[in-house]
Write a protein that binds this ligand. Structure first.
Ligand code: 5GP
Length: 233
């Protein structure tokens, strides 16, 4: 019954929005969802393990994977390169898996350019202040790196409206619940193409500014026509 229900799901969000925790919890709760392991030229952080969190490679190795057309997408983030190896993805999709790509906005653009129907979610921290606190608590990055990540985060937040869903990670359990509901709904839609289920993708969102935010009880931000009701400017 899994045939035809495999799909790719992009998850983006600024560094510190909690993408890793959300993904870990989704995978623990849903054995049909897997996460693509990216390749990066940055050094391992804290307890990160090669082949589990990332494939850590040199710039030369990274370049050779690009030259051999082995990357689905890649992007530069700060001074490092990050990319999605192609090989495992097709196999997972054929097996009916939901494959999460945890990637930044440029990589998402590249994949969307080739697959306009791809499903995507953007994870927002409840406020910019909280994001800053989370990055500082992590204490594995240098002050310079934290500042650079905050700058990147500002411009990334402005891109949230390009995603099908915007989930606010206020309480981790809620964010996981919301993401799972979206995944299940999409899977059901693929399984029952004649389904009466409402098909939620392609929402139109208001462009977000960093200090726009955000209703502290917001979970999945409503599409544009609902914004006035939620008290968002
Ligand atoms: P970090 O250094 O915090 O692990 O990741 C920095 C950024 O790179 C995050 O926004 C993360 O989503 C993104 N990233 C991780 N893997 C990939 C990838 O394979 N491709 C792209 N485009 N971005 C990635």
């Amino acid at each position: 019954m899994t045939e035809g229900t495999g799909f790719l799901l992009i998850l983006s969000g600024p560094s510190g929005s909690g993408k890793d925790s959300v993904i870990r919890n989704i995978i623990a709760r849903d054995d049909k969802t897997v996460v693509s392991i990216s390749m990066t030229t940055r050094a391992p952080r804290g307890k990160e393990v090669d082949g589990k969190d990332y494939y850590f490679v040199t710039k030369e190795e990274f370049q050779s994977h690009i030259d051999n057309d082995e990357m689905l997408e890649w992007a530069q983030y700060g001074s490092n390169f990050y990319g999605t190896p192609k090989a495992p993805i097709e196999k997972w999709i054929a097996e009916g898996k939901t494959v999460i790509l945890e990637i930044e906005v440029q990589g998402a653009d590249k994949i969307r350019a080739k697959n306009p129907d791809i499903m995507s979610m953007f994870l927002l921290p409840p406020s910019f202040h909280v994001l800053e606190e989370r990055l500082r608590k992590r204490a594995t990055d240098s002050e310079e790196d934290i500042k650079a990540r905050l700058e990147v985060a500002k411009s990334e937040i402005g891109r949230a409206s390009d995603y099908d869903y915007i989930i606010v990670n206020n309480r981790l359990e809620d964010a996981v619940e919301d993401a799972l509901e979206i995944i299940f709904r999409h899977r059901r839609h693929l399984r029952e193409s004649e389904s009466q289920d409402e098909f939620y993708y392609g929402h139109q969102y208001k462009e977000l500014q960093v200090d726009d935010y955000i209703d502290e009880n917001a979970r999945v931000l409503p599409p544009i026509e609902d914004f006035s009701e939620r008290g968002l400017k």
